[in-house]
Design a protein around this ligand. Structure first.
Ligand code: ADP
Length: 426
């Protein structure tokens, strides 16, 4: 029986989807997570407790604990797990990207430097330390710009600034975000620096792909039909197939292929964002991992509707059929945005939203009575709406109608005074 080790910092829906796919394939699954490193068996499910920010230590632990019983593949979910997965896979002699390649991808500054050096179209950028004098940093900034953390994901802390005052406010907001206990707990080594880059105007797409021996196969190009102009960049709708002209899609695929080579990626899932304007295709970000959250449900392959998770496992384990093409139907997913921060007290209209023609499902993933944060502090959506149709326009329209049926009840949090600084936060 083949064995796969899944590394994930959230043991949520995506991990479950991989576990389900593995079960269908008769593949044994073990898990590694860093959700609670104080316990040896955080969920009583045998998950290995790891500290992903220390990739070397995590990899050694994986090698040690799987001794004599090594997995046939390691799958990394989310950005934080990729370095540990690559190091462990290399040490175990499994097919993998090099640790160097995934570590470059993981750090937005290193990724920009590498892509720029290879002549790929990236916006001008520089990084500065949060303890630098902002007035002197400002002498280097060209507006409009985007300010972003080096290693967070899901657009958390990504802020557009159009002038010096907005820039100062954006930096303060990122500083406060870095001070939050959940972010501190990641012990990421880049939480003292910020990346600044020119704002790239234009439409945006996401690519989902699979790399085999350095060759990228594009599984889907998703259009993002909403204007993503900031100041914050939470995602909303993804639809595929893309409505862009074929030559533009080819240019995007070509740019993605060049990024794969420049970054030295050789195998496994690939997710990336690009912007397109009259100057051509611009790289926004490349990640050697599958699309996050529940979005993969928008993708099905072959006549039998194989899931992305199954396709990735088949690819990683050499089980065949990982060359299947995406189904012919158009598909869409909406990551339901958080309209404002507060306490999530419920949602009305789910059944009405589910009844909308073309809608396949509506899933609310926010937990009742939990605090939810809007962007840029936030990084989790309220839930997901899935649709299918004869065309991408149809799939998109179904998502919008379904979303209009939902009414989220979000209660304002009472302001809290910090016991030491006296700062009031809502
Ligand atoms: P994350 O990894 O947190 O998602 P990204 O760097 O991919 O961070 O940025 C998130 C989103 O912010 C992008 O999908 C894009 O919409 C927007 N964005 C980021 N950088 C730029 C830029 N230089 N110009 C325009 N938009 C940008």
């Amino acid at each position: 029986m083949k064995r796969v080790l899944i590394l994930a910092s959230k043991l949520g829906y995506q991990t479950q989807a991989f576990a389900d796919a593995a079960k269908r394939l008769g593949v044994e699954v073990s898990l590694g997570t860093d959700r609670c490193h104080k316990l040896d068996d955080p969920w009583g499910d045998g998950a290995m407790a790891l500290h992903f920010e220390n990739a070397e230590e995590s990899a050694s632990k994986i090698v040690r604990e799987t001794m004599g019983d090594a997995p046939d593949a390691i799958v990394a979910l989310g950005d934080r797990t990729t370095a540990a997965a690559a190091r462990a896979a290399c040490a175990l002699g499994l097919s993998s990207n090099t640790a160097e390649a995934v570590e470059i991808c993981r750090n937005k500054l290193r990724q920009r430097e590498t892509l720029k050096l290879a002549g790929l179209p990236v916006p001008d950028f520089f990084a500065f330390a949060l303890d630098e004098d902002i007035s002197s940093v400002l002498t280097r900034v060209l507006f409009p710009c985007v300010v972003k953390p080096l290693a967070l994901a899901a657009s958390q802390g990504v802020i557009r600034a159009n002038d010096a005052a907005e820039f100062r406010r954006a930096v303060e907001r990122i500083r406060a975000l870095f001070d939050q206990p959940e972010i501190r707990a990641t012990r990421d080594g880049t939480l003292d620096r910020v990346l600044v880059e020119r704002y790239v105007p234009g439409g945006e797409v996401a690519i989902e792909g699979l790399i085999t021996e350095g060759r990228l196969r594009v599984l889907a190009i998703f259009d993002k039909p909403d204007a993503l102009e900031g100041p914050y960049f939470e995602e909303a709708i993804y639809v595929t197939p893309s409505c862009l002209p074929q030559r533009t899609q080819d240019a995007i695929a070509d740019c993605a292929t060049r990024c794969v080579a420049a970054l030295g990626l050789v195998t496994g899932p690939f997710h990336a964002e690009f912007r397109i304007n009259e100057d051509g295709v611009w790289v926004i970000e490349i990640a050697p991992r599958p699309i996050g959250g529940l979005c993969s449900r928008a993708l099905r392959f072959g006549d039998g509707g194989m899931s992305l998770e199954e396709l990735i496992l088949r690819h990683a384990l050499g089980l065949g059929d990982s060359e299947l093409a995406r189904e012919s139907a158009a598909a869409g997913v909406m990551m339901i945005p958080v309209p404002r921060s507060g306490i999530f007290e419920g949602v009305e209209g789910i059944e009405a939203a589910r009844r909308v023609r073309g809608v396949e499902d509506v899933l609310i993933t926010a937990r009742l009575h939990d605090n939810i944060a809007a962007w840029p502090e936030g990084s989790s959506y309220l839930g997901f709406i899935f649709s299918r149709g004869d065309s991408a326009e149809e799939a998109e329209a179904a998502l919008r109608v379904a979303h209009s049926k939902l009414n989220f009840v979000i209660r304002a949090r009472l302001p809290v005074e910090h016991p030491v600084t006296g700062r009031i936060t809502a």
